[in-house]
Design a protein around this ligand. Sequence first.
Ligand code: ATP
Ligand code: MG
Length: 589
Amino acid sequence: MSWTPIGKPAPVRENANLTDYAAARRDFSWEAERRGLSGLPGGHGLNIAYEAVDRHARGPRRDHVALRWVDRHDRVTEYTYRELAERSGRFASLLGQLGVRRGDRVFTLLGRVPELYVVVLGALKAGCVVSPLFSAFGPEPVRQRLNLGGAALLVTTPELHRRKVAGIRDSVPSLRHVLVTGDEDGPGTSALSPALAAASPDFEIGPTAPEDPALLHFTSGTTGTPKGALHVHEAVLAHYVTARHALDLRPTDVFWCTADPGWVTGTSYGVIAPLAHGATLVSDEGEFDARRWYSVLAAQRVSVWYTAPTALRMLMRHGADTASGYDLTALRFIASVGEPLNPEAVVWGQEVLGRPVHDNWWQTETGAIMIANFAAEEVRPGSMGRPLPGIEAGLLQRGPDGRALVTDGRVRELTGAGEEGELALRPGWPSMFRDYWGDRERYEKSFSDGWYLTGDIARRDADGYYWFVGRADDVIKSAGHLVGPFEVESALMAHPAVAEAGVVGKPDPVAGELVKAFVTLHEGYPPTEELRLDLLAFGRRALGAVAPKEIAFDQHLPHTRSGKVMRRLLRARELGLPEGDLSTLESVP
Ligand code: ATP
Ligand code: MG
């Protein structure tokens, strides 16, 4: 739980959205925050798409740019709020014509293309449940999720259809329509563009109860088979509030969220939150490339940037020189999510990008950011930050299986500084998942004694900052110590040769488990025996008893498509065990 203060305080203190944390928590109420949203006209409830586009399209922001799309050839196309409202209205009308009804599931299998925004918002207007899939999924994970969710309609591209959908279409009996982007129908598909052109742009959103289902998001599958977390329209209240508090977002911002649209971050913050604020959303069709990303930040004058540790680590591998060629003066706030953010990355942000990286924590199930380092508060490198206003977090004493110990239906909350327990949240925030689709039992099992149990292990310091230790499934039990992989990985990353590390437990007759590290090296560091011994010694000096006993070099650590190191796969490979569900594994180039 050690941290090094970074030279300067976070630079936006004086004009940040949240300047007095204690007061904001004390005075907070979701009911009061609701006044920042409009609600449907005539008191007909709350609809995410109305808050995101229609209300702006009817007000003074109608000609403000909602979406600025950069295609893979760097061409920029802009859509105002009015245009986005109109196009999504057309898609909602089209769904009606096709007989797709409220509550039906509409899936997308799309990269970052304008149609994605039109379809997601249009389907929400029509009261359908939207489920975005990673466009990099192969046919089998696509089939599995379409069937799990009982998809009625899918929107994809002609190419993705040919490669991933055509072959499995017959084994998804619920799927009534497949629409493909562009102008041409194909076998079993209808073209989206002419259908949109023919549909009415004037779509009146029907009455929508805040508890009506809206989004179905599959988890990253880091620890096992992905689960479908169901969210409701009320979630928009949390998207709206958390973006202001944790991302310091304002209506004047140019906001770029790099998350893939197939992951919950790609919807909550890649679509809904910035639009709910009336800000300008940047969407980049291109793949990750250090120079490309810097040039998007510079050319689009991005002011708030939300990204992930794996991307930051890749930028770090490219060195500070690459960054120095770009004008990043518009950048006011940088945040990261999805995986533990190593302290090096926070400091690197401050030194190389001129802003520290603000880590924050949440899950598919929580629907929105729950714990964060705030703009106006001290950033503690290595910490996830403190709970947002409106969010009550706690740490629960753990049992032998590593999860919270439940005795006669009761749990025990840990209150001492530095104690380590399962991170839990008090249910009741608007974007909390309302079900695991088709698995009510599993859903109910995630709650105990008035808490939602997250499956993550954390510590809290005396000032209330939370420190991620590991997923309950990843924590290593070695010679009487419980070792969090993140702590070991971060210690190794402080060595100049180490670009990334994945740490797992390996059964050992004496210690129970021993700590084994897989290490990716920076360019220019050959994987020699000498370096390996140096790293082992480096680890021992930093970590003592919990240092890795074995180190292997691996230039291609397995990642999920949302960018997380898949430690369970490293472990399975090490032990020769079955590899389990690999549908979300990022294919290695
Ligand atoms: P699955 O539940 O299928 O195993 P997953 O948990 O990776 O997959 P997500 O909901 O995408 O699926 O990810 C949420 C998890 O990511 C958190 O529970 C936590 O383990 C990790 N995580 C997210 N943000 C952070 C963070 N800032 N620091 C550390 N870990 C984080
Ligand atoms: Mg999870």
